[in-house]
Design a binder for this molecule. Structure first.
Ligand code: KDG
Ligand code: MG
Length: 402
């Protein structure tokens, strides 16, 4: 069996997505997500110019060898653009292998370890009351886990607080928009959100919170402590993790579970965090961390240290990534939770998929492969449109982490 063609498809059904489609001489094809928010065309070009020519003529069954060929063979290892491109190839190859076997992908990963994949949705509002009402809506929809974010009093805009409730899309402008940030104001207000949520909803639902890399380790330690009475499922991205050792300080001071990793792209980005048990959930994804092959490696390593999965699942990860992630999530022993930000109808139409939501869980479906396809004719009707994530500044104008 041979790969005869591979094409890069860029489409924008409300937001940009990059997809790799690998075609074989037996007519079977596979697809992989290659979307890197705000840098989409860099990955499209990396694939088109550098990986696609090396794929033609190869045996699509040699997934591990092809992965190593692109990882070691590039000489320039790691980085989000490289690892997203490798992920797209890897995901498409697993899709092909499972289709040829006539099995849903999870069967090739060891079969089901659980009946469904618990997901968390996003409740956000301009203030605590609005967020609390959003939480109520998610509970009505059957969610068991909900991430809650509320506007910070005194700040004009805050990360995670969208105009459009169900379909939050942070890449909102064709040049970066600017948010303002005050750590002091945030630290004063954030614990009250969870105090009020526990008062209203009790201790049944799981609540999560995303700090979005905005604190120093000691500030994050203080926040984690303040959250303790409200028993969060996790505090996410408490501090930037380029310096993995920073988490030692947070860990010393709080028992609030810690999650990190949506911007990581290899196992080396979380090696210390996992081996020293500085975190509880690793949030790396199929699309940004080298595909099924590498993500499985990260999760197996994590399983040795009581660290569970918590895959990133924002709208900038296409339904292909979501489908692949669900197959992995249902199979691995150390699954934690899966983020699920709903895609718009236009996106779901471009990417028909077998997965479905029921009672707070997603189910990958039984279609051979990862169960997600692309309607190329429809995709062609939505041309690429440049869009950036916002940037963030402190009140004195200094650049800060978004
Ligand atoms: O591309 C960036 C978004 O995916 C990110 O801001 C969303 O932090 C996020 C999350 O946890 O979903
Ligand atoms: Mg996040």
């Amino acid at each position: 069996m041979k790969i005869t063609d591979a094409k890069v498809i860029v489409t924008c059904p409300g937001r940009n997505f990059v997809t790799l489609k690998i075609i074989t001489d037996e007519g079977v094809y596979g697809i992989g997500d290659a979307t890197l928010n705000g840098r989409e065309l860099a990955v499209a070009s990396y694939l088109q110019e550098h990986l696609v020519p090396c794929l033609i003529g190869r045996d699509p069954h040699q997934i591990e060898d092809i992965w190593q060929y692109f990882y070691r063979g590039a000489y320039w290892r790691r980085g989000p653009v490289t690892m997203t491109a490798i992920a797209a190839v890897d995901t498409a190859l697993w899709d092909i292998k499972a289709k040829i076997a006539g099995l849903p992908l999870y069967q090739l990963l060891g079969g089901k370890s659980r009946s469904g994949v618990m997901v968390y949705g996003h409740a956000n509002g301009r203030d605590i009351e609005e967020t609390s009402d959003e939480v109520a809506k998610y509970l009505e929809m059957g969610y068991k886990a909900i991430r809650a974010q509320a506007g910070v009093p005194g700040l004009a805009s805050t990360y995670g607080v969208s105009k459009d409730k169900l379909f939050y899309e942070p890449a909102d402008a064709n040049l970066p928009s600017e948010n303002a940030w005050s750590t002091a104001k945030y630290l004063d207000s954030a614990p009250h959100l969870f105090e009020k949520l526990r008062e209203r909803f009790g201790f049944g639902p799981h609540f999560l919170h995303d700090v979005h890399h905005r604190l120093t380790p000691i500030e994050a330690a203080r926040l984690g402590k303040a959250f303790e009475p409200y028993r969060l499922f996790w505090m996410e991205d408490a501090t930037p993790a380029e310096n993995q050792e920073g988490f030692r300080l947070i860990r010393k001071h709080t028992t609030t579970p810690l999650a990190v990793g949506e911007v990581f792209n290899t196992i080396y980005d979380c090696q210390t965090l996992i081996a020293e048990q500085l975190i509880d959930y690793i949030r790396t994804t199929v699309v940004h961390a080298g595909g099924i092959t590498h993500l499985r490696r990260i999760f197996d390593f994590a399983s040795l240290y009581h660290v569970r999965s918590g895959c990133h699942g924002a709208t900038d990860l296409s339904p292909i990534c979501m489908g692949a992630s669900l197959h992995l999530g249902i199979a691995i022993p150390n699954f934690g939770v899966q983020e699920y930000m709903r895609h718009t109808k236009e996106t779901d139409d471009v990417f028909p998929h077998a997965y479905s939501f029921r009672d707070g869980c997603l189910y990958p479906g039984e279609t051979p492969g990862h169960g997600v396809d692309i309607d190329e004719a429809l995709a062609a009707k939505f041309p690429y449109s440049r869009a950036y994530l916002p940037v963030n500044r402190l009140e004195d104008g200094s650049m800060w982490n978004w």
